[in-house]
Design a protein around this ligand. Structure first.
Ligand code: 8YV
Length: 328
């Protein structure tokens, strides 16, 4: 007898190869036109599904999860960050949560490095001059940026992505500093030649560039508050490829506008897809639409991880990327 395939509801369009494999393995209900689900549609999905595959654009808070049907046993998030899911409520309702760590670290670190280069060296400003037909020819004092080599980079959150950023940044001659809940094991710290700061305040005041690479959790919401941003040097740059909520975006926009910070490279925003209108007007910021992990290879790897998590769970084993409230 062939076992009944579990009902897997996928909230967004995934790469074709992933969707095809999901249809082979599961009773997969796909979202081929990729329209984000409304709250009512999400409630309907959690009521019907045995397994739900959401993404960062689906808010699975307690008002949605308390409407989940008896059959919903697994939320296999397509993404590493799980701040879109109330993991504690899921656990209380007996729903396992998994994510897709690791496979997007290198891509996100590349994008972080791209912003670390783009902002101090004014890449987008320069490119805009050409596109506007305003290039009048080379001049010794025009379009000057800031040298990276020899500067201090402070990484907030030294997990997989933070470490991948550190490796890249070291190759560009940046001095690596970091703040993390715990220091790295000594041998890892030595390889990266990284300096640990237990006090984020102390680190911020000394850095030339700050990169946010920690997850968004209740403990990191507005970690870079108005007070902390003011500790930074006015010549410092800030880059965020993690989650907008980690920075007080209003305070950041105000400080950039006032010249109290030199510039920012942001791939994520506090109220995505909305962006603070002040930021859009500033010349010293590079803004990207949440593209950190957006590579073809990355999306396929993420999809494969989702499938492995579902398959192991369905086969009665502990899925490899289980997320517990205590991990957040
Ligand atoms: C993903 C991300 O694209 O995985 C994450 O945490 O921020 C992104 O790079 C997104 O989350 C997919 O759900």
């Amino acid at each position: 007898m062939v076992a009944k395939k579990p009902v897997v509801i996928v909230t967004r369009k995934l790469p074709d190869a992933i969707e095809t494999r999901m249809r082979e393995l599961f009773d997969a209900r796909l979202n081929l036109d990729d329209r984000p689900m409304t709250k009512a549609e999400l409630i309907e999905a959690v009521a019907k599904a045995e397994i739900l595959v959401p993404t960062v654009t689906d808010r699975l808070d307690s008002s949605v999860l308390t409407r989940a049907g008896e059959n919903l046993k697994l939320i296999a998030n397509f993404g590493a960050g799980v701040d879109n899911i109330d993991v504690a409520t899921a656990r209380d309702r007996g729903i396992t949560v998994t994510n897709t760590p690791g496979v997007l670290s290198e891509d996100t670190a590349d994008m972080t490095m791209a912003l670390i280069l783009a902002v101090p060296r004014r890449l987008v400003e320069g490119s805009n001059v050409l596109h506007a037909g305003e290039f009048k020819g080379w001049s010794p004092t025009w379009m000057l940026g800031n040298r990276l080599y020899g500067k201090r980079l402070g990484i907030i959150g030294m997990g997989r992505i933070g470490q991948a950023v550190a490796k890249r940044a070291a190759a560009f001659g940046l001095q690596i500093h970091y703040h993390n809940r715990k220091p790295l094991p000594k041998p890892v710290e030595e390889v990266l030649e990284a300096t640990y700061w237990e006090s984020l305040d102390q680190m911020l005041a000394r850095m030339d560039i700050v990169s946010v690479n920690c997850p968004h959790t209740p403990a990191t919401f507005h970690l870079l508050s108005a007070r902390r941003l003011k500790l930074m040097k006015p010549s410092a740059f800030i880059v965020n490829t993690a989650r907008g909520e980690v920075i007080d975006e209003n305070a950041l926009a105000r400080m950039l506008e006032a010249g109290d910070l030199a510039g920012a490279g942001l791939d994520v925003f506090e109220n995505e897809p909305a962006v603070n209108p002040k930021l859009l007007k500033l010349p010293n910021v590079v803004l990207l639409p949440h593209m950190g992990s957006a590579t073809i290879e990355g999306r396929l790897d993420m999809g494969e991880k989702v499938i492995i998590n579902i398959k192991t769970f369905v086969d009665g084993h502990r899925p490899p990327d289980r997320v517990l409230p205590s991990m957040l």
